[in-house]
Write a protein that binds this ligand. Structure first.
Ligand SMILES: NC(=O)c1ccc[n+]([C@@H]2O[C@H](COP(=O)([O-])OP(=O)(O)OC[C@H]3O[C@@H](n4cnc5c(N)ncnc54)[C@H](O)[C@@H]3O)[C@@H](O)[C@H]2O)c1
Length: 293
């Protein structure tokens, strides 16, 4: 648990939906949210893990502060069903944390021109994208539609906030983990795009992009090689909580590397002479899609 002196937004009485809540960041975050007076809908593909963690918090506090549900985040219907259960218990959801993720799954057989000639061309394994990108997009799709249907929180005045767990690999492509890097880069751009669209709608979208942190996402033997400068898990969780409550921050890519925290800036626009046309295209595209008038 964090030091009580940490000046973070007041979230007492608020409700959060956390994916990947059975382990690592999701578990530490859920526990911190509850310790700050919030309630949590904990979802994970590891049903026993999130149910056990929720039961422990309920027992410790002597009331229902957490409910848990088995969810495969790649399945939108799973997430919707868990939200419905949580809404019945807590009434609304102020924060959606799109956090669940997995490490790289091999998407193609390793490059081998000799062996390749004797095997059929393989269909790629897209599991990493299905969970890390599509799973987080499912959480976002649920969040935006829930926020659209509920009144602003009387204290924060926001309809709701989406917080995404990205990664340093969203900015720095790691050659051994192409699908993981692609999913994280994709979610960074998605965050920036939707933060722009929802900015005037009482909704914020931010992300936290940690560098290597000791969580069970790494096999133990791999983690043993990565101990140089890990991010403290509490520092990452603190960044997630920093954008809640009445905090007005929107569109931030909060990056954590070791003990350093900074905002990763958006890319520069490359060709000034095309900028006006690009902005016209952006406006007209949105108009034709019915996003604005
Ligand atoms: N640990 C790191 O170094 C690090 C760095 C940058 C980003 N991240 C990101 O942090 C997030 C959380 O990872 P973590 O490090 O806490 O790992 P973790 O393995 O401790 O926790 C991930 C949780 O997600 C759950 N999960 C996996 N697939 C799921 C699915 N399809 N549906 C629902 N739940 C699923 C797992 O069961 C697990 O409980 C991930 O998005 C990961 O990419 C981790």
């Amino acid at each position: 648990m964090m030091a009580a002196s940490t000046a973070l937004p007041v979230i007492s009485g608020d409700v959060a939906f956390v994916t990947g809540a059975a382990s690592g960041f999701g578990l530490a975050l859920s526990q911190e949210l509850v310790s700050r007076g919030a309630s949590v809908i904990m979802v994970d593909i590891n049903e026993d893990g999130c149910k056990k963690a929720a039961a422990e918090m309920n027992e410790k506090t002597g009331k229902t502060v957490a409910v848990a549900a088995k969810v495969d985040t790649a399945c939108f219907e799973d997430q919707l069903a868990a939200y419905e259960v949580g809404k019945k218990t807590f009434g609304r959801v102020d924060y959606f944390f799109a956090n669940a993720g997995i490490g790289e799954r091999l998407w193609l057989p390793p490059f081998d021109p000799v062996a390749a000639s004797s095997r059929p061309i393989a269909k790629p394994d897209m599991t990493t994208l299905d969970v890390n990108l599509n799973g987080q997009l499912n959480t976002a799709a649920l969040a935006f539609q829930v926020f659209e249907r509920q009144e602003p929180n009387p204290r924060s005045k926001f309809r709701g906030k989406l917080i995404i767990t990205a990664s340093i690999t969203g900015f720095w492509a790691c050659k051994g983990v192409a699908m993981y890097s692609a999913s994280k880069a994709g979610i960074v751009h998605f965050m920036r795009s939707t933060a722009g669209y929802y900015a005037d709608k009482g909704i914020t979208v931010n992300l936290v992009a940690p560098n290597i942190t000791a969580t069970p996402i790494f096999p133990t033997d791999l983690m043993a090689l990565l101990t140089d400068n890990p991010c403290p898990i509490e520092l990452v969780v603190e960044q997630m909580i920093s954008v809640l409550g009445s905090c007005k921050d929107n569109g931030r890519a909060i990056t954590v590397s070791g003990k350093e925290v900074w905002d990763y800036p958006p890319h520069e626009y490359m060709f000034e002479e095309n900028k006006a046309a690009f902005e016209r295209m952006e406006t007209e595209y949105g108009r034709q899609l019915g996003l604005w008038e």
